[in-house]
Design a protein around this ligand. Structure first.
Ligand code: GDP
Ligand code: MG
Length: 202
């Protein structure tokens, strides 16, 4: 994918603030600090389109980005930040599920999981919501540079098993080395082109 433009559109805290955009939309979901912002920046070849941080923010925002005036990237709020206020923790599920349930332009989602971790309740919830709302999704295993080649494949297999998926359905990615970038773009292109739009039109 040749990146011609990548622009921040808006941040929303509520559904009525979501922009009216006519492009196919791809959502990025994952735990705070998993590397969501870093992935988006690498995908669009920008250092700082999306702010990265080692101390996750406390505001739960849905951020919209316009890519090439052709695709919308949606950075969903992270979860699992231990210091997040209780209210923020409570609001995350309904906010994200509502977005997934109602957003008509949504063509697919990427679920990010740190390659060193195991999927937990929040990840299983997301998978359940994707399936319940007919949203095709792929899993991206972030920070793959944390392992050597050998160990990396072992961890891909481990997480695939934990998710009940095939290793080939998981994409190892590193924002440091940019390895996996083409595979993630391919997944996005597949999702955008997939005939899944009936799924969101209940
Ligand atoms: N080693 C390594 N660190 C990463 C990678 N991606 C992100 N990080 C680091 O993880 C932290 C959180 O990244 P960020 O993209 O802000 O995560 P987000 O909270 O999911 O948006 C930052 O300190 C990043 O530098 C990666 O691929 N490899
Ligand atoms: Mg982020």
């Amino acid at each position: 994918m040749k990146i011609l433009s990548a622009e921040f559109v808006t941040s929303a805290v509520k559904a009525d603030q979501y922009p009216e955009l006519r492009h196919p939309e791809i959502a990025f979901a994952g735990r705070s600090n998993v590397g969501k912002s870093s992935l988006i920046n690498v995908l669009v070849n920008r250092k700082r389109l999306v702010k990265t941080s080692s101390t996750p923010g406390r505001t739960q925002l849905v951020n919209f980005f316009d890519i090439n005036e052709a695709i919308t990237f949606v950075d969903l709020p992270g979860y699992g930040y231990a210091k997040a206020p209780k209210r923020v923790v409570r609001e995350w599920g309904p906010m994200v599920e509502r977005y997934l349930a109602e957003r008509r332009s949504l063509k697919g989602a990427l679920l990010l999981i740190d390659i060193r971790r195991s999927p937990r309740e929040d990840e299983f919830n997301l998978v359940e919501w994707f399936r319940a709302h007919g949203i095709p999704f792929r899993v991206v295993l972030t920070k793959s540079d944390k392992f050597s080649n050998n160990k990396r494949q072992g961890n891909v297999a481990r997480i695939a098993k934990e998710l009940g998926m095939k290793s080939s359905e998981l994409i190892p990615f590193s924002a440091l080395s940019r390895s996996g970038r083409d595979d993630v773009w391919q997944a996005i292109t597949d999702l955008v082109g997939s005939p899944a739009d009936t799924a969101t039109e209940e």
